[in-house]
Design a protein around this ligand. Structure first.
Ligand code: PMP
Length: 292
């Protein structure tokens, strides 16, 4: 069966799922999006993802033509139409069709797209052995210019960093802000553990407030692990006991080497493994349930 894609209330076969070349999502990257997972008929933290989507849209003054309740129904309808219990969900809201000028007022109605597909994660061996990452030269967007807390369709900042990482032979990379402080990776948040305390950079430095990031901090607190949002440099990363990345697609992935420096014992750490286990349990419990 060909995959079906939701566009503005209708389901189209994948090969016919198309939007206008005058859509400002295409012309200018003008829009917002979410990446969401569902696990065995449970859309993980869907409400939190929708809250972030609507906040991103509010900041860029984009009116989403569906209520959160209607959006929830649209997501579930698309999953059901594709008979998917486990999937990656890409929810996209663009400014819609306009003319060739920038002016968003010319775009009369936002375009809503929901794609549900299977997910390609990092290979299993990387979860067992850990990832090696580097720091790249491209600086994370200044929050005063384009706030990384807006999950916008304009991802060139991250793509530039990703190109630098992959051309050096790495799959993920640390991005610093203009002052040289660690912000996040190209598509994941970063955590470190030092003296048993879980530390992650505050979003205001220039990072997305990850849904997985929030979940990990909650799980850590529940396990009695102290949790801090703290300004960190690469020095703190190099000398951490453990480092890991979090994201909807990656979930939690251990990092064992950064810029050639071994992290801790050079293998996934105890707390990281503990949090991975707790996170997998959470993905079976926390979300919006549906049946096919
Ligand atoms: N930072 C960036 C730049 C991202 O694109 C993502 C993935 N969407 C994340 C962090 C992780 O966020 P989440 O846990 O909500 O997927």
């Amino acid at each position: 069966m060909e995959l079906k894609v939701y566009i503005d209330g209708n389901l189209h076969p994948k090969s016919e799922a198309k939007v206008s070349v005058f859509d400002h999502g295409l012309l200018y990257g003008d829009g917002v999006f979410e990446g969401i997972r569902c696990y065995n008929g449970l859309v993980f933290r869907l409400n939190e993802h929708l809250d972030r989507l609507y906040e991103s849209a509010h900041t860029i003054m984009l009116a989403i033509p569906l209520s959160k309740k209607e959006m929830t129904q649209a997501v579930l309808q698309t999953l059901k139409a594709n008979q998917l219990k486990n999937a990656y969900i890409r929810l996209v809201v663009t400014r819609g069709v306009g003319d060739l000028g920038l002016d968003p007022r010319k775009c009369k109605k936002a375009t809503v797209i929901i794609i549900t597909d299977n997910i390609v994660l990092y290979p299993e061996t990387l979860y067992r052995n850990g990832l090696e990452i580097i720091t790249v030269p491209t600086v994370r967007n200044l929050p005063e210019a384009l706030n990384p807390q807006i999950k916008s369709l304009n991802y060139l900042n991250n793509i530039m960093a990703k190109i630098e990482a992959t051309s050096a032979g790495y799959q993920e990379a640390i991005m610093l802000n203009f002052q040289g402080y660690v912000t996040e990776c190209t598509g994941d948040n970063i955590f470190l553990i030092k003296e048993g305390v879980l530390i992650t950079p505050p979003a205001y430095l220039g990072a997305l407030k990850g849904i997985t990031r929030d979940a990990i901090m909650e799980l850590a607190l529940k396990q009695g692990v102290r949790c801090e949002e703290k300004v960190i440099t690469r020095h703190e990363v190099f000398n951490a006991e453990e480092v890991f990345l979090t994201g909807t697609a990656a979930e939690i992935i251990p990092v064992v080497k950064v810029d050639g420096r071994k992290i801790g014992q050079g293998k996934p750490g105890r707390l990281t493994l503990q949090l991975m286990k707790a996170f997998h349990k959470l993905t079976k419990e926390d979300g919006v349930r549906y049946s096919l």
